[in-house]
Design a protein around this ligand. Sequence first.
Ligand code: FES
Ligand code: FE
Length: 459
Amino acid sequence: MTIATGKLRQLVSLERGEIDRSIFSDPEIFELEMTQIFGRSWLFLCHESQIPKKGDFFEAPIGRDNVLVVRQRDGGIKGLLNTCEHRGNAVCRAEEGNVKNFMCTYHGWTYDIAGKLVGVPGLDELYHNDLDLSRNGLREVAQLEVYKGFVFGTLDPQAPPLADFLGRTGRAGLEFLAGQGELEAVPGIQKFVIPCNWKFAVDNLFDWYHPQITHLSAFQTGLLPSPPDITGSKMKISGVAAPDGSELQMPGGVVSGDAGDQLVFIDAFGHAIAGPTVEAFGDFGGLIDHSWRDTPEARANLGPMSRRSIGHVNLFPTCWITPAFNQISMRVPRGPMETEIWWFTFVPKAATPEQRATIIQGAIHSFGPAGFLEQEDGENWAQSTMQTRGTASAKIPQLLQMNLRRGKVVHDSDGLDPPYIECSINEHGQLWTFASWVEWLTGCDWDELRERTTPPDVI
Ligand code: FES
Ligand code: FE
């Protein structure tokens, strides 16, 4: 399936800060995304700590393919497609576990943990030994690499090395987690479905404009802590009235309205980080430990601006790193209007039981199926997706115009900080993601894609 490049480019205007609503529900666009984005990009699969022993496996999606990430006898890791060579049935129904072999439940073909076909019922009597077992093993992903414990895979043999694909933005994002020391994934990945297009979920992670409205109840109920002294640091939102008619005010540690309080990093291939600085955000009522930012390792691996960022990171297309609660979320597209959300939570191995409990409690209460925030967000994403289907509504462009053409991109020279914009709350992260998204859909080669998604001087 192809859509002419000229037509694709009309879907997103970097100049006007507008995008065509159809991209959130058009099945043709969705199919193109499956091949041009999810069929090529490096995608996060799991963390090494989830598969420590020989035969340990974890199943993760790459687009509509299911991949078994399996620890091998020699300690290496393979990414095997979970589909039987015979009739295509899944050879493993569990989401994770430990196996000696994978046996298909349809006719019993059996594969070892390296994917080699080792057993076929009736091989002598029915196949007359004509079946070449060596040619019918499980297929592997084109490339699999590990970066600081995070396992990624791609279906594209031409994709650049993982560290190159991640760029400085992606590497900084993973450093926000890995910089805290050796990590382990908390057992039990939370998974649930929101009836929305995946791009609304991605757009929202850069959106520091919505918490004061969308998440008002989370703060009013006290479910999420406010900074200890909020009286002197409340943000006034002009033009918005609280229910009692007074000017609406929110704890300043959550959002900020001052120029320079927000940092946006944008990079090639569409990776971005957007969010407040450490100074503007604070420690979220004591929940967040920033001390790792001043360690020699952090200084060696992150530039001075990256070390100030508490922002949400999106590894294009769908891997959200949220450093506040040590989490990674994958937004897994299941259809144009259905997205499965996966949440991984990480704890430093050196954490005390109390620290571990604090991180897990913060994570569970914030995002995921029991998280206050994502339930509120999900309602908005579902409604926004629905409104892209109306005959009249679909014609209204989506707006990303905050601070438009005022975002000066600083190309840092120290080699550690990605290109960044320093400003107040903005929509640059979203706009850059959509501008890059179009280039991915055109199907250009990797060199061209890198060039076309290298940030300009102003957005
Ligand atoms: Fe797997 Fe037949 S489909 S053994
Ligand atoms: Fe939210």
